[in-house]
Design a binder for this molecule. Structure first.
Ligand code: ADP
Ligand code: MG
Length: 350
């Protein structure tokens, strides 16, 4: 498992499928499309695949292949499984550079690039601190300050060195621990979409809780209609809908995973500078071309806050963000290049 997710941050809804002439041209002998839906648990969360095709066997085989790809990535990137490639690498922290798989190298590289661009707000070396907050949540008390100070000494993305020529990774300090909980699900959703496309299934969507990647739209539709529940899952009237295809959307927030102590809510997202869980009561939704980008940016922007967060998003020309924060005077929304949220009337829920 990569990270426990108790929250379904985004719910997907879809409008009635119509087969327009343009789409039936794709396969003139089989004009009817069938919607298929499959669910499996990976990376500590429920992954859902929704796809349209004409053939039930092809749908089952393709979705199994996509889930197998996600499972392979879980075995590489899990921080719960001591046998994962990631945890094996961490066990030898302080040693010489090590060869790593293409998948791990790609995710570590993208994480490091974001660390630089976000001035360390996104930092996968936050692992030792994340562990303490996980224990703290289980025991419902704040982490011990001395332990936290010790753990914080091991945090710092500059202590992870990557060599693209030799495809190696080096962890400079013994005891360092990498945590891909803020990036791996988005990458897994991208890879699942790629597996489906390789098998000719283009009209598909993959959702790992709040991390969603989409291919071509459902037949006759202009996109997948995705409902985003910022901050308060109870308040259904606050749900916004976006239409998405050939892109990704991720939501990060504290609506489910958090620790409440003395009236303060600490999020599972950590500020790597302080070692503390965020206390700002925010929900950040990012749209981007790829899930790996949307997922990691949503975490980074959560740490940066609305002002610096929107500045960061400006440097990604194909990304947009909706930042919702609870204040004493209700919800405040900040958005940049966020797809217009039309008032849609979806016919079904997922
Ligand atoms: P979710 O897991 O709910 O989808 P995120 O994508 O925001 O939410 O990821 C949060 C997870 O990322 C945490 O559970 C932790 O494993 C890891 N994490 C926490 N803080 C940071 C950070 N500052 N930078 C990178 N990863 C983080
Ligand atoms: Mg994230």
């Amino acid at each position: 498992m990569i990270g426990k997710v108790y929250r379904v941050a985004a719910l997907l809804l879809f409008a009635a499928a119509l087969v327009s002439p343009a789409f039936s041209r794709e396969n003139p002998r089989h004009p009817e499309w069938t919607r298929f839906e499959f669910t499996q648990v990976h990376m500590g969360t429920e992954f859902k695949i929704i796809l349209y095709t004409h053939d039930a066997d092809a749908a089952t085989q393709a979705s199994n292949a996509a889930f197998n790809r996600i499972s392979t990535l879980d075995n590489i990137m899990s921080d719960y499984n001591p046998g994962s490639e990631l945890m094996q690498l961490c066990q030898r922290a302080g040693g010489p550079p090590e060869h790593i798989s293409d998948d791990l190298f790609r995710v570590l590289s993208q994480a490091q690039e974001l660390s630089q661009r976000s001035s360390g707000a996104f930092d996968i070396t936050v692992g030792p601190v994340v562990r303490l907050w996980r224990e703290a949540r289980a025991q419902r008390q704040l982490p011990d300050p001395d332990g936290l100070a010790q753990a914080l000494k091991l945090v710092g993305y500059k202590n992870l060195r990557l060599d693209p020529l030799n495809r190696t990774a080096e962890l400079l300090k013994p005891g360092m621990l990498l945590d891909l909980g803020g990036i791996a699900k988005g990458y897994a959703a991208d890879q699942a979409i790629a597996v489906l496309e390789d098998r000719g299934i283009l009209r598909a969507l993959v959702a790992g809780a709040g991390d969603i990647a989409a291919g071509a739209p459902p037949p006759g539709e202009r996109g997948w209609v995705i409902g985003i529940e910022p901050l308060d899952p109870q308040d259904k009237s606050a749900t916004l809908f976006i239409r998405l295809h050939d892109g990704a959307v991720s939501t990060s927030g504290d609506s489910e995973q958090h620790l409440d102590v003395a009236g303060v809510r600490y999020s599972h997202i950590i500020n790597p500078k302080t070692g503390f869980g965020l206390t700002g009561h925010s929900s950040v939704t990012v749209v981007a071309a790829k899930g790996i980008t949307a997922d990691s940016l949503a975490t980074a922007v959560s740490v940066l806050g609305p002002w610096r967060g929107l500045e960061l998003i400006k440097t990604y020309p194909d990304a947009g963000v909706l930042f919702v924060v609870r204040t004493g005077r209700g919800l405040r929304k900040y958005e940049l290049r966020f797809p217009p949220s039309a008032l849609l009337k979806p016919t079904n829920n997922f």
